[in-house]
Ligand binder design. Structure first.
Ligand SMILES: [Zn+2]
Length: 96
């Protein structure tokens, strides 16, 4: 096997392991509630759209989601309040 192909494979595996599924990040993510649990714990955060919620810290409805690692193919999402920048709940891509 060509050494460069091997290096590429090892590099890819390492990248996958450390960036995509780095354990500390994954643990932090696991600690976040799902939308379902978030809404169950914060009844006044419910909005008309069942897929959305309000911020429990400041009441803002401006919530953005981004992938946990910043890599677009990462199926793990975190939902963050635009106003107070607090991470509210987690979600998973429907693609995964
Ligand atoms: Zn907020």
């Amino acid at each position: 096997m060509d050494i460069w192909v091997l290096l590429l494979l090892v590099g890819g595996a390492l990248f996958y392991f450390f960036v995509m599924y780095s354990r500390p990040q994954d643990k932090e993510w696991e600690k976040l509630p799902t939308l379902e649990k978030y809404l169950a714990a914060n009844l006044d955060c419910r909005v008309d759209d069942p897929e959305l919620a309000k911020c429990r810290h400041c009441g803002s409805e401006k919530i953005v989601f981004q992938t946990l690692s910043g890599v677009p193919s990462d199926p793990r999402f975190k939902h963050t309040c635009v106003s107070c920048k607090k991470v509210l709940y987690r979600g998973k891509s429907l693609m995964s």
